[in-house]
Design a protein around this ligand. Structure first.
Ligand code: SF4
Length: 286
């Protein structure tokens, strides 16, 4: 059996930065709270909780130190943490901070903002808070019609399109084309900012290529991780025998014996030790 492990599989820069800095902070500080899970990976969260991190759902539950996770939070929550006198450890990824800045500037310059992303994802909820009132989230093709109606109603003639950092490249390009087509006779200026991050793009491209040449694909990552789910969606299109697992325990060795070439990819919040454990288990049936 051939096992191919993706070169881009595993922690991206933003996740590695958030996890390392949190671990270091926990060594030196007590009473450290994180608003929601730091990253979307159960194993990473368990490790950090053992080191003392307390995960809370809202800022009112935090005391003394509060960590803002890699995919950021809303402007209102950030400001509230400061007003409460908490020490804010902002680990928002620079790629997400960049989107917040573009959103604020675009809103200030009088643009209407279309934010393409999953409406319930914390990053999207955070980013939309920087977009001002003339903005809307587009998650599905059906949302585009409503977004255009809102835009026309606002009488604003300039639109900026942004994307959640971990959104699917394929869907983003498709949605942009539909928006262009829908406003072409409306005298509206359209600017598209490519804000899907390189870490996401490279993992999606590698998954696309790898899934076309193997008999089976194993995608490793949190079941609630947006970027991992996108990798699985891409993989499944090319390779019918694609599975999404969080840990090596979920692998069925008997079934794996039927495959000659297995590809492994992992989301941006999957630690190396989880990838290694999967590879070691597969090697037992080689
Ligand atoms: S996926 Fe991209 S935006 Fe998100 S933490 Fe990683 S590098 Fe930053």
């Amino acid at each position: 059996m051939d096992i191919i492990v993706g070169k881009t599989a595993g922690f991206c820069f933003g996740v590695a930065n958030a996890v390392n800095k949190t671990s270091k902070f926990l060594k030196e500080n007590e009473n450290t709270f994180c608003l929601g899970e730091l990253v979307h990976n159960k194993q990473v969260i368990n490790d950090l909780e053992e080191k003392g991190l307390k995960i809370v759902d809202n800022v009112e539950q935090a005391k003394q130190n509060v960590i803002i996770r890699a995919h950021g939070t809303t402007k209102q929550i950030y400001d509230k943490a400061i007003r409460m006198g908490l020490k804010v450890v902002d680990l928002t990824c620079p790629k997400v901070i960049r989107i917040h800045k573009i959103a604020e500037e675009s809103a200030r310059d009088g643009n209407y903002i279309f934010l393409i992303g999953n409406s319930s994802h914390p990053e999207t909820i955070g980013t939309i808070s920087y977009c001002g009132k003339n903005s809307c989230i587009i998650e599905t093709e059906q949302d585009i019609k409503n977004a255009i109606q809102q835009l026309v109603k606002s009488k604003i003639k300039k639109v900026v399109i942004l994307a959640q950092t971990t959104f699917s490249m394929e869907k983003f390009n498709k949605f942009v084309k539909i928006i262009q087509e829908s406003i072409k006779d409306k005298d509206i200026e359209l600017k598209t900012e490519m804000t899907i991050c390189d870490a996401t793009r490279l993992r999606q491209e590698e998954t696309e290529k790898m899934s076309a040449i193997v008999d089976m694909m194993i995608i490793i990552g949190g079941k609630h991780s947006s970027n991992t789910s996108k990798l699985y969606e891409i993989s499944e299109k090319n390779c019918k025998c694609s599975i999404l697992i969080e840990e090596e325990k979920e692998l069925n060795l008997q079934e794996l014996k039927n495959y000659e070439k297995i590809g492994i990819m992992a989301g941006a919040s999957t630690p190396n030790k989880t990838i290694k454990a999967v590879v070691e288990k597969l090697q037992k049936v080689c």
